[in-house]
Design a protein around this ligand. Structure first.
Ligand code: NHR
Ligand code: GAR
Length: 222
């Protein structure tokens, strides 16, 4: 048995709800060859199921309830104190539902990833599945991107697509996209932990080379 690598990247996950993406990351990082570990999970919702998933996996948790703060900066100062106490190398937003201020995001520049349920730049913001259906799109999907001041507009790292069927509803489409999220996020987090993925200003680099187009996992379902 080899001893754990003390330089292993420290991953901190922020979530607000169910935490199925957190679960996928817990399972991936539990694999003995994963080059990083989840050292803490933070939530803004005291009742988020993500907290139970973390506790089940013996991962430290913290809650910063945004309703207890008068302003976004006050909420974020408390959040930042918790995050910095854990000294993470990477912050992973996994269904985290609070918009973050420019100052907060700049403080973690190049160290924060988000998974967004659309093929960005299409459908920034909320209700992405409904909007893709309303638009009559044939293809939908998910994007992992670096978080910047530009809401859902930070540099994309990877995307996975799903085909929209004529009988898809928000429920079925959400589920199809969720399956891809659980595949894609651990892959990108692994790249980051392996030191293959960097943000150079506003340009993502993969193995030191500009990542011009996001890696694309085609849908095999249709
Ligand atoms: N912050 C910055 N600066 N940049 C990004 O790219 C961010 C971010 C914070 C969160 C996730 C994002 C998504 O993937 C994310 C990306 C919440 C909202 C939102 O409107 C929008 C985008 C995202 C997350 N939140 C409402 C708010 O007032 C609250 C909504 C609710 O609680 O249900 O913060 O989609
Ligand atoms: C995921 O689909 C994620 O892409 C989306 O919320 C879901 C969280 O699910 N994120 C956003 O909409 C961010 N605004 P989970 O809690 O089961 O991982």
């Amino acid at each position: 048995m080899s001893s754990p690598d003390i330089t292993e990247p420290r991953i901190l996950v922020l979530a607000s709800g169910n935490g199925s993406n957190l679960q996928a990351l817990i399972e991936a990082t539990n694999s003995r060859d994963f080059p990083g570990s989840i050292i803490a999970v933070g939530c803004n919702q005291p009742r988020a199921f993500a907290l139970e998933r973390a506790a089940q996996a013996a991962i430290e948790t913290f809650v910063v309830d945004h309703t207890e703060f008068d302003t976004r900066p006050a909420f974020e100062a408390a959040l930042k104190a918790h995050i910095d106490r854990h000294a993470p190398d990477l912050i992973v937003l996994a269904g985290f539902m609070r918009i973050l201020t420019d100052d907060f995001v700049r403080h973690y520049h190049g160290k924060m990833l988000n998974i967004h349920p659309s093929l960005l730049p299409r459908y920034t913001g909320l209700n992405t599945h409904q909007r893709a259906l309303d638009a009559g799109d044939a293809i939908h999907g998910v994007t992992v991107h670096f978080v910047t001041e530009n809401l859902d507009g930070g540099p994309a790292v990877a995307q996975a697509e799903v085909l929209i069927a004529a009988d898809d509803t928000v429920t079925t489409l959400t589920e199809k996209v969720r399956v891809k999220e659980h595949l894609l996020y651990p892959i990108v987090v692994r790249w980051f932990c392996e030191g293959r993925l960097h943000l150079d200003g506003d340009r993502p680099l993969f193995d030191g080379l500009p990542l011009e187009t996001p890696t694309y996992l085609p849908d095999d379902a249709g």
